[in-house]
Ligand binder design. Structure first.
Ligand code: IMP
Ligand code: MG
Length: 212
């Protein structure tokens, strides 16, 4: 797996070389474990929303991998839509101050809406999004997150209807999660090697105009 030759001019000796998987110190969830758990969540959602046609909304870009796998496992008529936001503050010290840079394309008034997240950490991003969506009077609004890191929660009132896995306080990449926009495409979720985090600390998301 991931034994592609280095791109021309790229050094395979660098930490960002030909094999991104070699930057991972520990795999937390394999592709098979993720598929199984996503299937469990989809089965629960299919049961809970029987007879309805929910709208799944997610934030670019991290949650897109989960959203596409989750919705393909549903046995319901579903629609999907996307938002894009910019968070202020460093990648791991988010302020919860979020600016919407792309809104949903569809109206959600009267709809059954499921907000799909990759990971809920402090909960500030999800809290902001919930308030914004709730103001548009959906018929219902629930959160479905693949990963939950409750130890770092700041917004303690957040109600999570569907959660894939609880995760430890380690910086994770893969299956949509990035470090400086890399590693999103890895099919598993793993802990990034410390030397990579130490070499290039998470950049300031606001300065970079990054997406979550
Ligand atoms: P929250 O507002 O603190 O809950 O931030 C959630 C967002 O932070 C996620 O959507 C991710 O973009 C990012 N994030 C939190 N933890 C990690 C991680 O371990 N790896 C990569 N991104 C993370
Ligand atoms: Mg991110």
């Amino acid at each position: 797996m991931f034994r592609n030759p280095a791109a021309p001019g790229e050094s395979s000796a660098s930490s960002h070389g030909a094999d991104p998987a070699s930057d991972i110190q520990q795999i937390l969830f394999t592709e098979e474990q993720i598929t199984r758990r996503v299937g469990d969540l989809a089965a629960a959602i299919t049961r809970d929303y029987a007879g309805r046609a929910p709208l799944f909304v997610s934030v670019l870009k991290g949650a897109v991998f989960f959203l596409t796998d989750l919705t393909r496992a549903l046995r319901l008529p579903v629609e999907i839509d996307f938002m894009a936001i910019t968070s202020y503050g460093s990648a791991r010290a988010q302020s919860g101050v979020v600016r919407l840079i792309k809104d949903l394309d569809v109206e959600i008034t009267g709809r059954d809406v499921v907000l799909v997240e990759d990971i809920i950490d402090t909960g500030l991003t999800a809290g902001y999004l919930l308030r914004m969506l709730q103001a548009r009077s959906p018929a219902s609004l629930r959160i479905c997150t693949l990963l939950d890191r409750p130890y770092r929660r700041i917004l303690e009132t957040l109600d999570i209807a569907y959660r894939g896995f609880e995760v430890p306080d380690r910086f994770l990449v893969g299956y949509g999660l990035d470090y400086r926009e890399r590693y999103r495409h890895l099919p598993f979720i793993g802990v990034l090697k410390n030397e990579i985090l130490a070499a290039e600390p998470p950049r300031d998301v606001a300065a970079a105009g990054g997406s979550v």
